[in-house]
Design a protein around this ligand. Structure first.
Ligand code: SF4
Ligand code: SF4
Length: 363
């Protein structure tokens, strides 16, 4: 745990842009902020005088934006869950782990908690005070998250603001405390261990992917051999070195990742270096503690933090961006993309069949 703490306290703010360049819009944090805002706002939305989204277990009634489901409609809910499951499999096959990287609550709250932690560490010089403020902020966020979560199952106006201390029922109190504690523990401490050791989807997702599924990849032919160098030397294309052949590139990448068995890398003159500055930014920002340069890894959640960090370093060095890309193995090997693949067809067929059954049942 102490290693991870050290890693997360590394300043992961992007490198400043080169003179004359504007910092690009960082859409990934923005998307996370919008999704979190949506979660906190949803229980407050009203529809025809009622809470728009409410799974009222006490009244045995589910309200979904004007659509009301009763206990006898439980089959519809199960069907909806099956459709969402099949859609997730198809999405994973076509686009990789975008759910993990952008939509999963574990990713969103871990990002938020890390942002709080790093923001406080940057602003508060005393480590002890920073730690106390961080835990207070985490607890407040976790408590509000617990209340919001229960607000999807019990009217939010009854949970918040009606009286102080709040007159919550026993099950409301239990779930607020439970969900707040789970948020605090999972996003503050367990973080990548939840993805690695607890999440069933993380175990299964590899079975839905193939060589045309995009994943985060380091372009070793352009980046290797890696190494620091004096500023002002152009990228491999600008200075005419070009891309390495695939065998030499993967050999250098392997040796750099396995110095214990391959021995230390030889020293390369600056004009032979690839575009990787060996700055370590892609490693220090990775929430899964991976080095993307060692090749695609099953634990990679595709969050793109390494890509953003590397692009910022490339811009600062005035190299082209894109040394780390979200792309498929087939694209890296310059094979044409295939759309009619067995797993794609199986997932799409299952989804269409479930939708057909659902529509037939509703009509
Ligand atoms: S390797 Fe990159 S995309 Fe994968 S988890 Fe780490 S930072 Fe995210
Ligand atoms: S951030 Fe880019 S330049 Fe820096 S070590 Fe990673 S791949 Fe190399």
């Amino acid at each position: 745990m102490s290693d991870r703490l050290t890693l997360h306290l590394v300043d992961t703010s992007p490198a400043p842009p080169a003179p004359g360049q504007r910092a690009p819009l960082r859409w990934r944090p923005l998307l996370s902020a919008l999704l979190l805002a949506g979660f906190y706002a949803l229980p407050w939305l009203r529809w025809d005088g009622r809470q728009a989204l409410l799974f009222d277990l006490t009244a045995r009634r589910f309200d979904l934006f004007g659509w009301t489901l009763w206990p006898q409609d439980v089959g519809l809910l199960l069907g909806l869950a099956a459709v969402l499951g099949a859609a997730l499999v198809l999405l994973t096959n076509l686009a990789g782990r975008v759910w993990c990287g952008y939509g999963c609550p574990q990713t969103l709250w871990s990002r938020l908690f890390r942002w709080i932690e790093q923001g406080i560490a940057r602003r508060v010089p005393s480590a002890g005070v920073a730690r106390a403020i961080k835990h207070l902020a985490w607890m407040l966020v976790a408590a509000w998250t617990g209340i919001t979560f229960v607000g999807f199952f019990s009217p939010i106006h009854g949970l918040v603001g009606a009286s102080w201390p709040p007159a919550w029922s026993g099950w409301e109190t239990f779930w607020v405390v439970f969900y707040a504690a789970a948020t605090w523990g999972n996003a503050g401490f367990l973080r990548e261990h939840v993805c690695r050791e607890l999440c069933p989807y993380a175990r299964l997702h590899g079975r839905f992917c193939d060589s045309d599924t995009p994943r985060m990849q380091y372009l070793a032919r352009r980046g290797e051999p890696r190494g620091p160098r004096a500023p002002g030397l152009g990228g491999v294309e600008a200075r005419g070195r070009g891309l390495l052949d695939p065998t030499s590139a993967s050999d250098y990448a392997f040796r750099a990742a396995h110095e214990d068995i391959a021995g230390p890398m030889p020293h390369f003159s600056a004009d032979r270096l690839g575009d990787c500055l060996d700055c370590g930014a892609c490693v220090s920002v990775c929430p899964m503690a991976l080095d993307v340069r060692a090749g695609p890894h099953a634990d990679c959640i595709g969050c793109g933090d390494c890509q953003d960090a590397c692009d910022a370093r490339m811009r600062a060095a005035q190299f082209p961006i894109g040394l780390i890309q979200y792309t498929s193995v087939a694209a890296i090997q310059q094979r044409p993309a295939r759309w009619l693949r067995p797993r794609t067809l199986a997932a799409a067929g299952t989804l269409l069949a479930l939708l057909g059954i659902g529509l037939h049942h509703v009509s």
